[in-house]
Ligand binder design. Structure first.
Ligand SMILES: [Zn+2]
Length: 416
């Protein structure tokens, strides 16, 4: 029995009909539409014989028991941002159902297969992404902060969760779900333009970028725009401007997909008749290698000190947020490459800029890999998000091959 990838495309269209409108997907986590999508998924899986359970964090699991308790996990998220695309997150869940059907049709598998629909990957309503996967991975440690979160209509996060039967204080109990996990697989749309620009339908994801975010404050001296000669100015904006251009060179020199962004500069006093006294600059740097990321940060700091000296101003750095790169499993990356090559004749390895549920699972120590399928125009989180149907079908087949290789590997003692 083989997978029927065209069925996955039809089912994704049915989900779009059921939970979208003229502005796009509306499956925001913890809402009635989200619950309707979960109920739809429940009915879709029913005839595979996989057993449904909902864990302490609201994650929806479908378990096909095998000869061994050790489990290969296939994950995705059916929640969307408001006015979202029709594929983000749900592609993998629906493709995973097709893989479950294939495996169930072949009798009892040697290891257990579990499909997980993570709860609230997007964080669209309360601003906290990766809710369910971080609870399961044991990395949720911000419950005090979560208790204070309120949505636009004034509903508190704990109340929204309680309405769906989830108790925030018990959510980390979801951790037990990963006790038997041997490996984790996730298929996702790329949400960027790289595969399309290379003319490739699919790629294997090496891991998720590490991120360094800083606020850089430049201190100069406000002075009259008419009476201050050019060589007497202490212009805070000049430092920020030089750094905004320099980080592009730093990213270029680093190469390998490294990116640096100066996302904004706020100037004081910010009037047309004064030299800028204070410029607050935001910097975001990302790379897959912790060493290269640290080097990019050091280069930017050194450059900022040089510019401060050149402009006779002061510069101050403050870290806003950071996360280390999360690297996926080498063996599974190899299986992913084999699967992609088998269905498309080509393969390509690429990093992920966005974080995904897979990153949470990976950093909890479970061998993990992701496949990306091409996104048209690189667009996502909009109703314009799209992928060619033939590429979606290749993606389903690639996920199925990757799952088969992973099942054989874990049955043989591979994985955690
Ligand atoms: Zn997603």
């Amino acid at each position: 029995m083989a997978v029927d990838p065209s069925r996955t495309v039809s089912e994704l269209k049915a989900l779009r009909e059921l939970t979208g409108d003229e502005n796009g997907a509306q499956r925001v986590a913890w809402t009635d539409t989200w619950e309707r999508a979960r109920d739809w998924l429940r009915r879709l899986v029913a005839d595979t014989g996989a057993v449904e359970s909902v864990d302490a964090a609201g994650n929806q699991w479908f378990t096909l028991h095998g000869e061994s308790e050790r489990a290969v996990l296939i994950g995705g998220h059916i929640d969307s941002v408001p006015n979202g695309g029709w594929l983000d997150g749900c592609l993998n869940v629906v493709a995973g159902v097709e893989v479950l059907r294939r495996i169930a049709g072949e009798g009892t598998p040697p290891v257990t297969i579990r499909l997980v629909n993570w709860a609230d990957e997007e964080g669209a309503r309360f601003g906290r992404s990766l809710f369910g996967s971080s609870a399961a991975a044991g990395s949720m440690s911000d419950q005090d902060e979560l208790r204070t979160l309120v949505d636009r209509d004034g509903t508190a996060l704990p109340a929204a969760l309680a309405a769906r039967g989830v108790d925030l204080d018990s959510a980390i109990g979801a951790r037990a779900e990963l006790d038997t996990a041997a490996a984790y697989l996730e298929l996702h749309i790329e949400q960027g333009p790289v595969l399309e620009s290379l003319g490739l339908p699919l790629g294997v994801v090496l891991g998720t970028f590490g991120v360094e975010r800083h606020r850089i404050t430049w201190h100069g001296q406000a002075a009259h725009a008419g009476s201050t000669p050019m060589d007497r100015r202490r212009d805070a904006l000049a430092g920020a401007a030089k750094l905004a251009l320099e980080i592009r060179e730093i990213a270029k020199r680093t190469g390998g997909g490294a990116v640096c962004t100066s996302g904004g500069v706020a100037c004081q006093p910010g009037i047309v008749t004064s030299v800028v006294e204070t410029a607050e600059q935001l910097l975001d740097q990302r790379d897959l290698s912790a060493q290269r990321l640290a080097a990019m940060l050091a280069e930017a700091r050194t450059a900022s000190e040089r510019f401060a000296a050149e402009e006779n101003i002061d510069v101050e750095w403050e870290r806003i947020w950071s996360i280390e790169p999360i690297l996926f499993d080498e063996t599974l990356i190899g299986f992913g490459e084999e699967a992609v090559a088998e269905v498309s004749g080509n393969t390509h390895r690429l990093p992920s800029g966005p974080l995904h549920d897979a990153a949470e699972v990976s950093r909890s120590g479970i061998p993990t890999v992701m496949l990306f399928v091409q996104s048209l125009r690189g667009l996502s989180h909009t109703k314009l998000e799209d992928t060619r149907e033939e590429h979606l079908e290749l993606a389903v087949t690639a996920l199925d091959l990757l799952t088969a290789k992973t099942v054989a590997w874990t049955a043989d003692g591979g994985g955690r």
